[in-house]
Design a binder for this molecule. Structure first.
Ligand SMILES: [Zn+2]
Length: 179
């Protein structure tokens, strides 16, 4: 499968972004979705992508995190898939950071979202093996929570208080349709 322009809010297909995804019961199906997610993320860029964003209402997302030159603090997670993830626990400590989304106005809209610093997640890997990971890096935790929200039919804008909407900002240069 080739890369797919991520599903957008405000379009008929985008309704999937507000629906709860279903568990993956067939690992091969999960792997096919992961391959499509990876191709799509590689093409458009970004740190994570969830199945509903490519029009598939199934519980799987991927992250792609590598330490950048300007943030060597970022853990070298690389490309990683999470099948049937479940967030077991989150920290009471939180942080605020700007988020955007490939499915929200083609990644041009950004806003500050409060998220827990750390979390514990249960998931299956691509071999169907169950893992429980503890994530201590706030940005890594943020990406996981953002992607996991997609599986619960939630987008980051729903975590921003209405009174903070005036602080959202646009960056038309980031429009993924220009890629
Ligand atoms: Zn997103």
């Amino acid at each position: 499968m080739a890369f797919i322009l991520p599903t957008q809010i405000g379009t008929p297909q985008g309704e999937l972004l507000f629906r709860k995804s279903e568990e993956i019961t067939d690992l091969n199906e999960g792997i096919k979705i992961i391959n499509s997610l990876r191709e799509t993320l590689d093409f458009y860029g970004g740190v994570g992508l969830a199945a509903p964003q490519i029009g598939i209402s199934k519980k799987v997302f991927i992250v792609n995190l590598q330490p950048a030159k300007d943030d060597s603090d970022l853990p070298d997670v690389g490309f990683k898939a999470y099948i049937n993830p479940e967030i077991l626990n989150v920290s009471t400590e939180t942080n605020v950071y700007a988020e955007g989304c490939l499915s929200v106005f083609y990644a041009t809209l950004y806003g500050s979202v409060i998220r827990p610093d750390c979390l514990k997640i249960k998931y299956l890997d691509i071999k169907g093996k169950q893992h429980i990971d503890e994530i201590y890096h706030p940005f890594h935790a943020r990406v996981i929570l953002h992607e996991n929200d997609h599986l619960n039919g939630k987008i980051f804008l729903q975590l921003i208080k209405t009174e903070d909407f005036s602080q959202l900002h646009w960056n038309e240069d980031l429009d993924i349709r220009k890629k």
